[in-house]
Unconditional design. Structure first.
Length: 273
């Protein structure tokens, strides 16, 4: 019984950890999808800022975002948190690089996405890569001359705000939105399955605990009935008997009490014939 109790306790602890694991995968899956969407927004902001100001720092940031996303550059620590919005004109980074260079798509593969989910995000990534061609074209337009003319700058800005550009942007966000729906349903089901299994194991574990307590209580009662007294009193009587104390002082207040089958009486009381 003790072995079964210990086994079920280990299984129950494992089931509780499975709930945490399911929630962790749910968070990680959403964080990766958010990173793809955020990187697309950051690229757009850097391209527009470069075309509007001509500051080369924005183009450097643009290329850095691409390199991190494609695994050509190490990922900053906690890159899923706010990052590029905190990088200002002084180019001070909010957090250092973490040393790991891995493409975003590879991280998605490791996250255990289904084939359908991964295909949806891969399509969004491909659309985003295609999207960068228009942005590079707009940036090259203001680099065609030493000092870009107002006409070139206006044309480059329009390329990043026209209807075709906005439609291309929508082609990136729509697959990500579809992924959110599929991922939410899958991971929520996984959490519910883990919670249901944990509840059932908890019921079994509590039932075994109550059964174990009942068995111990029954064993205690059976032992008490067999010995005719409690184990502590029996031990004390045997100890005093072994030491030659035939008065059995602990039993004196209760004259006539049976200590482990021995008739303990007051020594001054006449013995029956």
């Amino acid at each position: 019984m003790f072995v079964a109790f210990a086994i079920f306790f280990a299984i129950y602890v494992h089931s509780e950890k499975q709930i945490d694991r399911a929630n962790e995968l749910r968070f990680q899956s959403r964080a990766l999808a958010d990173e793809l969407r955020q990187s697309s927004d950051d690229l757009t902001r850097m391209a527009r800022s470069y075309v509007f100001t001509g500051n080369p720092l924005y183009k450097q940031h643009y290329q850095a975002i691409l390199d991190i996303r494609d695994g050509r550059s190490p990922r900053p620590i906690n890159y899923h948190d706010i990052y590029w919005d905190l990088v200002l004109d002084d180019d001070q980074r909010p957090r250092p690089y973490g040393g790991q260079s891995i493409a975003l798509l590879d991280l998605m593969r490791q996250a255990g996405f289904t084939e359908e989910e991964f295909a949806t995000l891969a399509q969004a990534k491909a659309n985003s890569d295609e999207f960068t061609h228009a942005e590079f074209t707009a940036m090259k337009l203001i680099e065609s001359t030493v000092i870009p003319t107002d006409v070139d700058r206006l044309k480059a800005n329009l390329m990043l705000f026209d209807a075709a550009y906005l439609r291309a942007k929508s082609d990136i966000t729509q697959p990500i939105s579809q992924f959110y729906q599929m991922m939410d349903q899958r991971t929520l089901n996984a959490v519910h399955v883990a919670e249901t299994a944990s509840i059932r194991l908890r019921i079994v574990f509590v039932s075994l605990g109550l059964l174990l307590i009942f068995m111990i209580w029954n064993a205690y009662r059976a032992l008490h009935l067999t010995l005719g007294t409690s184990v502590n009193e029996l031990y004390e009587c045997i100890t005093r008997l072994g030491s030659g104390d035939v008065l059995f002082h602990p039993c004196r207040p209760r004259q006539g009490k049976q200590c482990a089958g021995l008739d303990i009486r007051n020594p001054n009381q006449p013995r029956p014939d």
